[in-house]
Design a protein around this ligand. Sequence first.
Ligand SMILES: CC(C)(COP(=O)(O)OP(=O)(O)OC[C@H]1O[C@@H](n2cnc3c(N)ncnc32)[C@H](O)[C@@H]1OP(=O)(O)O)[C@@H](O)C(=O)NCCC(=O)NCCS
Length: 429
Amino acid sequence: MTDSLTIRDNRTGVEYDLPITDGTIRAADLGKIKAEDEAPGLAVYDPGFVNTASCRSAVTYIDGDKGILEYRGYPIEQLAESSNFLEVAYLLIHGELPSQAEHDEWVHQITYHTFVHENVKSFMQGFRYDAHPMGMLMASVGALSTFYPDARNIHDADNRNIQVIRMIAKMPTLGAWSFRHAQGKPYVYPDNDLSYTANFLSMLFKMSESKFDADPRLVKALDTLFILHADHEQNCSANAVRSVGSSQVDPYSAVSAGIGALFGPLHGGANEAVLRMLKRIGTKSEIPAFIEGVKNGNERLMGFGHRVYKNYDPRAKIIKQQALNVFEVTGTNPLLEIALELEKIALEDEYFVKRRLYPNVDFYSGLIYEAFQFPPEMFTVLFAIGRTPGWLAQWLELVQDPEQKIARPKQIYTGARTLDFTPASQRWS
Ligand SMILES: CC(C)(COP(=O)(O)OP(=O)(O)OC[C@H]1O[C@@H](n2cnc3c(N)ncnc32)[C@H](O)[C@@H]1OP(=O)(O)O)[C@@H](O)C(=O)NCCC(=O)NCCS
């Protein structure tokens, strides 16, 4: 077997041999295929880049058919079970698990960078009382670039490192303050005695008590959700971070673009849609009628199906278990019963089986967030905090990859050409 592709251009009769490497051909090789010497080379048309590899990456591996997700080679199930979010963040950023000394130093550094400049607090307070927390998060992360102008020095490894630490450390502070803002509650400063996730819960929910003591099961559940969301290879927001980062802008601006991408309903918003659906179904007895409606094409079963996973989303199983743990603390949510029954029926139903539709990460996550009493607007903020190490790992890979170029896709131009401009004074007279 030869690892090459022979293409015959029927416009010219010329044959080309293109090497196949890692299951891909190089678009630049296609560019050599021309109808005439001066003509533009052949390009591919691929809206959404659904079949175009934009980079080589060693961060996250997904096999959607088999339901496999690995960070740096480690299965998500093992990381969710036995690691913690900061260790996973280290793994994503540095490529390998830390030694004890590296771990301790990493946790210390992150913990001691959780505070933000007081001016950040004052400008966050300037947002309208009903500002969406995700909009506040996106703006404040972008604004950090003005507090750390040295972050522009992206070719310096030490500099990159400190910005990565700052961003992972400050994200919960900014996320929690965005939440408190909408509630008209005072912003709570970080508590450096607490773990990353326990401190986040303290900044979210602390009132007059001197120490906020979150139930360890809730801390573990949220920490696990952060792990499950930490990276998902070249998804829309990672691609946004890479695309903006390819201009060599500072990482705060690039990550703030990623937050913008995650804000959109097609990316971060499905768990909210699941909650709405469960509330609408209302009782278990309504499930068969609802399923019939889905099968007749009236609507979709939200939280089922995935562009990549054609098997059980490995994250969904873990989230389901965490949901049960959380409800032990908070008391059960009547929607859980509907969700469990819905899942049971759908997994046995020929319509869903044939189309390989399984629960995805969003099927249970909204229920957990609701049990924490987060309003739906906070769901994407939580996603963004978890995804930050992934965005930064993708960004670090990008800026150190000699093959990367500024992102600049081609287009197929479909508009008018060579029109003559008539000034408005003549057109309108
Ligand atoms: C995620 C999603 C957009 C992936 O879509 P996709 O891979 O492009 O799959 P398609 O839209 O091509 O659907 C393939 C078939 O399954 C059906 N299907 C897909 N998801 C479905 C769902 N959630 N409920 C019912 N039917 C569904 C489609 O109607 C289609 O059926 P057909 O072949 O008879 O026309 C889709 O599964 C979906 O809308 N899910 C619900 C929303 C959701 O949970 N999103 C979160 C993703 S993390």
